[in-house]
Write a protein that binds this ligand. Structure first.
Ligand SMILES: *[C@@H]1O[C@H](CO)[C@@H](O)[C@H](O)[C@H]1NC(C)=O
Length: 388
């Protein structure tokens, strides 16, 4: 019975201490494992989605192309992407790739921010850039308080803070031009963003249904001054619905010189500066589905139009109708019913994109639709934007 032996009381205290220690350890470990799992799933959730490679450069047969334009249907081209993606994805430098919006007038600002917000929500890893007249940054005194300017400043802050957009103020294309006029500014300004390798411009207003095809275009295209979406399936002229550009001082200079010698709209300027079909987007990219779809085409939908496949296949819908104001306006029901597509499936798709736009406008900009009066016998004071 030496000193080394512990009394019964001491043994039981030691035993309890060990038990308590083991339980604490088990509790700690299980908590740690749970936390790691949670962190991992959180990381997965916020990780930007990586783009798929572009479809192979196999030309499409013209009839297929026609069918796509007219019906909004067709097959997405299947590519074996796993190997390619594993090889390419880590080397993509997203800091040089982005989406750009050029706003010239207060009334265009919300729709531009909505597109950038859509791309953010669809987890595009590319940058977002918003260009707008520098004049909007001027400090206003209490006396000339302007509700429109207040909204504009609020929206610019939203774009930067909530949607991570880089704000880039621009000057009129021609020195001395009236900085309050939308026509003094040009889309050519985006060529001044020479720190970027490639940029995509989408024509607002519209809705982005899926950003992955656009991200693929950005990530895997060759850098060219201009790759524009064609205005028609015949590929004779470019449109400004979607532009994939590679900015350079040289092109910027050329476009500005042209603007000074001959003031023109964006479309005229770009059609003059870039030859087709060289400056059109590759035909093979159309195999990715409807990269760009104009809402008015839904009115010519064929009988076998399928709204489900349309939603699955379509990347960007530009909202534009020849005989209606933009989607920012609240068109009375009777008028809308007269203009909407006849085909039931196409009508479903059409109403869905307009409703999506209305909801996003409220979410992103906190703005309701604008009041609109049909251009009846009265003067067309109708389409004047009323900012509240
Ligand atoms: C549309 O296509 C989907 C499959 O893509 C199919 O399940 C659905 O039944 C089609 N709807 C109509 C109305 O044909």
């Amino acid at each position: 019975m030496g000193k080394l032996l512990l009394s019964q009381g001491q043994v039981s205290i030691l035993f309890s201490a060990v038990i308590v220690f083991l339980f604490t350890l088990a509790l700690f470990l299980s908590g740690y494992v749970l936390q790691q799992r949670y962190v991992h799933s959180l990381q997965l959730a916020i990780k930007p989605r990586l783009p798929k490679p572009l479809p192979a450069q196999a030309p499409l047969q013209p009839p297929t192309l026609d069918v796509k334009w007219a019906r909004g249907m067709g097959e997405r081209l299947e590519v074996d992407e796993s190997v390619q993606q594993a090889m390419d994805a880590p080397s993509i430098d997203w800091s040089g790739l982005g989406y750009v919006q050029v706003v010239k007038d207060h009334s265009e600002l919300c729709s531009a921010i909505m597109l950038l917000a859509d791309l953010q929500e669809k987890r595009s890893p590319a940058k977002r850039i918003l260009m707008f007249p520098k004049a909007w940054l001027k400090e206003t005194s209490e006396d000339d308080w302007d509700p429109q300017m207040t909204t504009t400043k609020r929206l610019l802050r939203t774009a930067a803070r909530r949607h991570g957009a880089r704000l880039v103020p621009i000057e009129p294309a021609e020195a001395g031009a009236d900085e309050a006029l939308a026509s003094s500014y040009s889309i050519a300004a985006m060529y001044s963003l020479t720190t970027y390798e490639r940029l995509i411009y989408l024509h607002a207003p519209g809705v982005v249904l899926d950003a992955s095809a656009l991200d693929s275009l950005l990530a895997f295209s060759k850098s060219k001054p201009m790759s524009a979406f064609p205005a028609t399936p015949e590929r004779k002229e470019l449109s400004t619905s979607l532009l994939l550009i590679s900015p350079s001082h040289e092109t910027y200079q050329q476009l500005r010189e042209r603007l000074v010698s001959q003031p023109s709209t964006d479309l005229e300027l770009l059609r003059h500066a870039f030859d087709t079909p060289e400056s059109l987007i590759a035909e093979s990219t159309l195999a990715m589905g409807n990269v760009v779809y104009e809402s008015q085409s839904l009115r010519d939908a064929s009988d076998d139009f399928n709204a489900t496949s349309f939603n699955e296949m379509t990347t960007f819908v530009r909202l534009r109708e020849p005989d209606m104001p933009g989607p920012e306006y609240d068109v009375p029901y009777a008028e809308r019913a007269r203009l909407r597509p006849q085909n039931a499936q196409a009508r479903e798709a059409w109403e869905k994109v307009y409703e999506m736009f209305r909801q996003r406008r409220m979410e992103v900009c906190g703005l309701d639709l604008e009041y609109w009066m049909p251009p009846a016998a009265e003067q067309p004071r109708a389409a004047a934007p009323v900012e509240l």
